[in-house]
Design a protein around this ligand. Structure first.
Ligand SMILES: Nc1nc2c(ncn2[C@@H]2O[C@H](COP(=O)(O)OP(=O)(O)OP(=O)(O)O)[C@@H](O)[C@H]2O)c(=O)[nH]1
Length: 624
């Protein structure tokens, strides 16, 4: 349909608005389906459509993942006499794109809150995966109507019958009610749009009440400052308003209101049920937080929409520039990233081994990897990052409690109790792998909470596990044990007391803070042996013997030795060529400058990078 006679923002009757999102496991085709919908509704024409319109950032496109949610307004006309029995007429569909990964669960939950229905998309060749379930539970928690869809039905390996039954069993409908699409070829997508119109409840709100809108995303734009995405629940927001953030009472000037279709389109106002953006001139997303309620300054609402949560980092790691001179650039880069990332925290720290750097807090491992990636790519920095760790609550003998976000700050002795964060994990896998998964979970101190068969050969296992074990190498091991067939999802679920100790690694008797780790007492020995062995291979031989030790307090639990060598770079230069000799000596000197010194031991930065490389690709990067 043409865009010119589409209903105008601000004056759209809520009864013709349909707000929905697409939820899916990674790679099941969410972005492709979204692109196809943009084309079919005429919002993006086929020629202009570059693949995956919604995934804006380069990294997202390269890795094929969605980090930030976006919302697009699409007009859609249901023709008279359509097979799906939707009421003919022109509707406004707002498609809200949700991030798919567990690290961003809170952002997902806010995006869902802005919708009335969720299209649950499942790959017809893969079936239900862990994130299908996690997202479905979140959507059901938000009271959304669920529209089950099997995608990729064009694939020769698609097993429509089996997975339609699985999906129907999950959402509680008949297998015939599961819609079938191929986002790639477009088959079934028009029918899906009609079904969305038919099945999605129209938004309900009080047009005459004071304005209340939910912030479900907030993005920093270099030219325009922060762009805030909102769903209006009651009243209306006009470009003439001054607005108030209800969690902080901060008041901002409104510079622009509009809708995205798919580029920003200015509007005078947006009303009940509508989804759009606000620009207020704030320069930092922390002033416009996801989950907060926006109201107008005058005659504003007194009660916020609820559900606002402050994002708390769950995983910490130290980031250090390989070249110490890059420290100021790293600080500037983190400052810039934080403009667009309310969940990222950092503070300066100094490491005896690595010099000046920052201790950064992340929502999870993917968040950490994305941040590191962006620092290296967009800001051209070479970084060493320490192994990620979780936050421990340590109760000392004298009754004081300290929060430890860095293993090297772990109090020595005097510890009465240590509490560690726990997660509820859901693992989906072919039933052949039950044995090996159970073995792994046991090894990682997991407790089986329940197990269900989704179909005769696929099983869902629910565990509680210490989060510290998950950030270590759990995912990697799970994938290798199940040949990549298992999928994992987890959410935070309280704390537990545990018998944890700090293992230090010493080079020539000097502790190297970057390698200290907090581990379970039973795993301390294997961590010590693994680390000492790794370093023995990575640190080049020096002119003297270097002992490597792993220790708990004063007790040494593992030891390796790097034998001495005298590296004579001139050995091969017999006779006279003095300029060649000088060149070699200069080269050696330059090499030494890069070295990090631990006592008198020279360690090349690459050894730190390799020793600290967690064998820990997350679900996304594991595919690289
Ligand atoms: N054959 C076939 N391939 C499809 C279909 N839909 C998507 N794909 C392919 O599946 C892959 C993943 O699709 P995406 O749309 O990026 O998946 P996604 O769910 O958005 O992934 P994330 O953004 O990472 O969560 C891409 O290579 C698509 O081309 C389909 O209907 N048929």
């Amino acid at each position: 349909m043409s865009l010119t006679n589409a209903p105008k923002p601000g004056s759209t009757d809520p009864s013709i608005i349909r707000n929905f999102c697409i939820i899916a496991h990674i790679d099941h085709g969410k972005s492709t389906l979204a692109d196809r919908m943009l084309q079919l509704t005429g919002v993006v024409d086929e020629r202009a459509s570059r693949a995956q319109y919604l995934d804006r950032m380069d990294i997202e496109r390269e890795r094929g993942i969605t980090i930030k949610s976006q919302a697009v307004r699409m007009p859609w006309t249901v023709p008279v006499g359509n097979a799906e029995d939707a009421e003919p007429g022109t509707y406004v569909l707002n498609m809200i794109d949700t991030p798919g990964h567990v690290d961003f669960t809170y952002e997902v939950s806010r995006s869902l809150e802005a919708c009335e229905a969720a299209v649950l998309l499942v790959d017809a060749a893969q079936g239900i995966e862990a994130q299908t379930l996690a997202n479905l539970y979140l959507a059901m928690g938000a009271d959304l109507h669920i529209i089950p869809v099997l995608n990729k039905i064009d694939l020769p390996s698609a097993n429509v019958e089996k997975y339609a039954a699985e999906l129907a069993g999950l959402v509680g409908c008949e297998p015939e009610e599961v819609l079938l699409t191929s986002a790639k070829t477009g088959v079934g997508v028009e029918a899906l749009l009609n079904e969305i119109v038919k099945q999605t409840p129209a938004p309900v709100g009080d047009a005459d009440a004071p304005a209340r809108a939910l912030i479900f995303d907030s993005v920093y734009d270099t030219y325009r400052g922060v762009v805030t995405y909102v769903r209006v629940v009651d009243g209306k927001l006009s470009h003439r308003d001054r607005i108030k953030m209800m969690s902080t009472n901060a008041v901002h000037e409104m510079l622009e209101v509009g809708v995205i279709s798919p580029e920003p389109v200015k509007a005078g106002e947006i009303g009940v049920g509508e989804v759009g953006y606000l620009i207020t001139g704030v320069k930092d997303v922390r002033q416009s937080r996801v989950g907060d309620t926006v109201t107008s300054q005058h005659h504003g609402a007194t009660e916020s929409l609820g559900g606002y949560k402050h994002p708390n980092p769950m995983v910490y790691a130290g980031l250090y520039p390989i070249d110490g001179d890059d420290y100021p650039s790293l600080r500037d880069a983190l400052e810039k990233l934080q403009l667009n990332d309310a969940a990222l925290t950092y503070e300066p720290e100094t490491s005896g081994a690595l010099g000046f750097g920052f201790r950064c807090g992340f929502l999870g491992l993917l968040h950490m990897e994305i941040t590191r990636d962006r620092l290296e790519r967009e800001f051209n920095l070479d970084l060493i990052s320490t192994a990620p760790n979780v936050v421990y609550e340590v109760l000392l003998d004298d009754g004081t409690e300290v929060e430890v976000t860095n293993p090297s700050e772990y109090p020595d002795g005097k510890v009465a109790e240590v509490r560690e964060p726990v997660v509820k994990a859901t693992i989906l896998a072919p039933s052949d792998y039950i044995g090996t998964i159970m073995e792994l979970c046991q090894l990682k101190r997991g407790n089986l909470q329940g197990m269900d068969y989704l179909s005769e050969d696929r099983v869902e296992m629910r565990y509680t596990l210490p989060m510290g074990e998950i950030v270590f190498d759990f995912f990697d091991q799970l994938k290798s044990r199940t040949k990549g067939y298992a999928s994992l999802d987890y959410e935070r679920s309280g704390e537990q007391a545990a018998d944890l100790v700090k293992v230090d690694i010493l080079l020539q008797g000097e502790p190297v803070d970057a390698f200290s780790a907090i581990v379970h007492r039973d795993a301390a020995y294997s961590y010590g042996v693994m680390m000492a062995g790794k370093l023995k291979d990575l640190i080049p031989r020096q002119q003297f013997e270097v002992p490597i030790q792993a220790a708990i307090g004063a007790r040494v639990i593992a030891r390796e030795t790097i034998r001495a060598i005298r590296k004579d770079v001139l050995a091969k230069c017999y006779g006279g060529d003095i300029s060649r000799k000088r060149k070699l000596l200069e080269k050696q000197k330059a090499g030494k400058k890069r070295m990090k010194n631990i006592g008198s031991v020279e360690v090349p930065p690459e050894a730190f990078v390799a020793a600290l490389a967690t064998t820990q690709p997350t679900e996304k990067t594991g595919k690289k």
